[in-house]
Ligand binder design. Structure first.
Ligand code: FAD
Length: 479
């Protein structure tokens, strides 16, 4: 028995009692001929309506029913049943995709209650895929540990980001979250429950990490853990223009002075932009960073610098404050037509300058931003993570939080995302597949390039009935 399985058993993961509550509808008039689930299959209108939208609020698709699995074998049972009927199946983590990627008119598998966290070991933990990164962080920090890469927002599910990649401020050093997975338990589209890792079913391991949910639903994840620093000193530095920002970002990347390096271009409220570098140094109490060394040789407007010093957990949760602000302004639950891409390091500044020159405040909204910073690609390993083939690439994300949410405006932004993507692709850039615009099967084939056959062949092997995750429109006839 593997260490991970032993850990799961010790953590009581084999038991169903905790989840056999009466709150789920196990069978209904619609499904009197259907299988029994330990959790519940709900046809309730309110439950289906809640699974019909995602964070993006652009695509709407009501499922026939929603499965709340109590154990992974509920998902396996569902797959076999859905295959007999030709119903599509999609997992839903926290529903934070922006263009209907977790939606289906078949059955949605609501992963939120598969959220148990196993015993924390010195270098790993096994968690169920519906756990949020915040709950993983809290459990790990109780033992002084952390996942090496955390997303900026911790309200996302572990399965949901591993299906995409999962990028964070530490990705230059550690790759994406999908690169820091040791082993996965997966229910495949043909209803098998398989374990996969670099040595066991490696083809499935490669097809599931950043594989957009096309071959299986991840149920458990063995995650790598590292020692957590006690504190984070964060430097937000402001620049007069894109050239000086880029030059300092590149210098900081090369020197490795910051443990996290990010940056953004923000609307300044009067039709122009503010250029921001965001660097962080991790430290323990006995070794506080020396400011003069940390910020030496930088060309920022030092009078505007914002320096904070927080406990590691508080720093990791800073996005929650932004979430509260957006919620209080009614800006969280509105259509969010975001575009996420990677630019080549060799032409990032030029491409970004041209695009930013054509965008105005209204294109991103007062709370929106364009994420822009360099990243090293050495640590990125999962084969389906697509990046420009250079040592340095720049995440370039147009985070549109529009003040005008009229349907015509949103449609215009979705069309603009498509046009920007075409332009970025022509310049050697690559999509980060959480973006809001339609992609055809041909687009996906081009996106995956030499790795397309890996995904296509795995799909034929593990989801031969073409059931899984239709929201991407990856394979013909899928939607
Ligand atoms: C506010 C906000 C901040 C964000 N910040 C970051 C960030 O810092 N870094 C980053 O990389 N991304 C970020 N994202 C994007 C985010 O990572 C993706 O949208 C992610 O997919 C959302 O996770 P989720 O749990 O909500 O997944 P969902 O939206 O529920 O699902 C995403 C996709 O994964 C599939 N899926 C979900 N669970 C599973 C599973 N267990 N097995 C197989 N497939 C599954 C779904 O079917 C769907 O196709 C952010 C998004 C938002 C809204």
């Amino acid at each position: 028995m593997s260490t991970d399985r032993r850990t799961l058993l010790r953590a009581g993961f084999g038991l169903t009692a905790a989840f056999a509550s009466g709150s789920h509808v196990t069978a209904s008039a619609h499904a009197s001929d259907g299988p029994q689930f330990k959790g519940g299959l709900s046809y309730d209108e309110a439950v289906r309506a809640a699974a019909a939208d995602d964070f993006g609020r652009i695509i709407h698709k009501e499922p026939r029913a929603v499965l709340k699995p109590a154990e992974s074998d509920d998902i396996a049972t569902l797959m076999r049943w859905a295959a007999e009927r030709g119903w599509k199946v999609a997992a839903r983590g926290q529903g934070h995709s922006t263009y209907g990627r977790s939606l289906t008119d078949g059955i949605v598998v609501d992963m939120r209650e598969l959220n148990r966290i196993g015993e924390i070991e010195t270098d790993r933990v096994v968690v169920e895929a519906g756990a949020t990164w915040q709950s993983v962080l809290d459990a790990a920090l109780a033992r002084g540990l952390t996942a090496p890469v955390l997303t900026n927002y911790l309200g996302l599910s572990v399965g949901g980001t591993i299906a995409i990649g999962g990028i964070g401020g530490a990705s230059s050093r550690h790759g994406m979250q999908a690169d820091n997975v040791l082993e996965l338990s997966v229910v495949t589209g043909d209803g098998r429950e398989l374990t996969c890792s670099a040595t066991e079913n490696p083809d499935l391991f490669d097809a599931v990490r950043a594989g957009l949910g096309q071959c299986g639903i991840i149920t458990r994840v063995s995650l790598r853990l590292v020692r957590a620093p006690e504190r984070v000193r964060r430097y937000q530095l402001f620049y007069r223009d894109l050239a000086s920002l880029t030059a300092d970002q590149r210098r900081m990347l090369a020197t490795g002075r910051f443990d996290q390096l990010q940056g953004a271009i923000l609307p300044d409220g009067s039709g122009g932009w503010r250029y921001q570098l965001d660097g962080a140094i991790f430290y323990n109490r006995d070794a506080a960073p020396d400011e003069s060394t940390a910020l030496a040789d930088l060309a920022d407007d030092r009078g505007k610098a914002v320096i904070t010093d927080l406990a590691y957990r508080d720093d990791a949760l800073v996005f929650a404050k932004f979430e509260s602000l957006l919620r209080s302004k009614g800006q969280w639950s509105i259509p969010q037509p975001w575009l996420f891409t990677f630019l080549r390091g060799s032409n990032a500044e030029q491409v970004a300058r041209e695009i930013i020159g054509e965008l105005g405040d209204a294109d991103v909204g007062p709370f929106g931003r364009i994420t822009y910073y360099p990243m090293l690609t050495d640590a990125f390993r999962a084969p389906l993570l697509r990046l420009p083939d250079e040592n340095v690439v720049f995440p370039f994300n147009v985070v549109r939080i529009p003040s005008d949410t009229d349907a015509t405006q949103i449609a215009r932004m979705v069309a603009a995302n498509r046009a920007l993507y075409d332009r970025i692709r022509k310049a050697g850039g690559v999509l980060y597949p959480v973006s809001a615009f339609p992609m055809s099967s041909d687009d996906w084939r081009e996106h995956f390039g030499p790795k397309w056959s890996l995904l296509r062949d795995a799909r034929q092997r593990y989801d031969p009935h073409n059931l899984l995750t239709p929201g991407y429109n990856l394979f013909p006839g899928q939607a």
